[in-house]
Design a protein around this ligand. Structure first.
Ligand SMILES: [Zn+2]
Ligand SMILES: [Zn+2]
Length: 171
């Protein structure tokens, strides 16, 4: 029996219920919109999206959907509505997108995991995980990456899926 791993799986299961432990520093994701595909990024300068709406108004339903889906992991204020934006239609679209997560594919991201004892920097790039914690250094997997893999189910193109974290039982 791999008790070290069993402990990490148990921890990861708990962490999936505490998404506020995670803070995105940056990411690049592919967003399949209603009519075409866009690239959406979050970085030091804030949000960006390649769609025409964002280009003219600095806000769009794609960013609004990401803000809604990942609110506990962003730790930033939502973008303000723009003058002239069709707010009703954009909110309706964003709400629909949050129920259609298969539209989103993360290409790369960097994030901080606020663990029980310390902070860890972890991320995903080239279809692979990284984490700076000791367990990951020896095993290429840890409770942080397992928890995130579960939280981003269907939104990551992973070379080698990690140990499955058991489903959270619904009451
Ligand atoms: Zn957009
Ligand atoms: Zn880790």
């Amino acid at each position: 029996m791999d008790y070290g791993m069993i402990g990490k799986i148990e921890k990861a299961r708990r962490y999936t219920e505490e998404p506020e432990r995670i803070t995105f520093k940056s990411f690049k994701a592919h967003f399949r919109g209603s009519n075409s595909d866009y690239d959406i990024t979050l970085g030091a300068n804030g949000w960006s999206c390649t769609c025409p709406g964002f280009h003219s108004q600095n806000i769009c339903p794609h960013v609004m959907a990401m803000e809604k889906l990942f609110r506990p992991m962003l730790k930033r204020e939502p973008l303000p509505y723009a003058h002239g934006q069709n707010v009703v239609s954009d909110v309706e679209k964003a709400n629909r997108y949050t129920n259609e997560k298969d539209r989103i594919q993360f290409e790369t991201f960097e994030a901080v995991f606020h663990g029980e004892n310390s902070e860890h920097h972890f991320g995903f790039t080239d279809h692979k995980w990284q984490c700076d914690c000791d367990f990951f250094k020896s095993r290429d997997v840890c409770s942080h990456t397992m928890a995130m893999e579960r939280l981003l189910t269907g939104m990551l193109d992973i070379a080698t899926p990690q140990v499955a974290v058991p489903e959270v039982n619904q009451p």
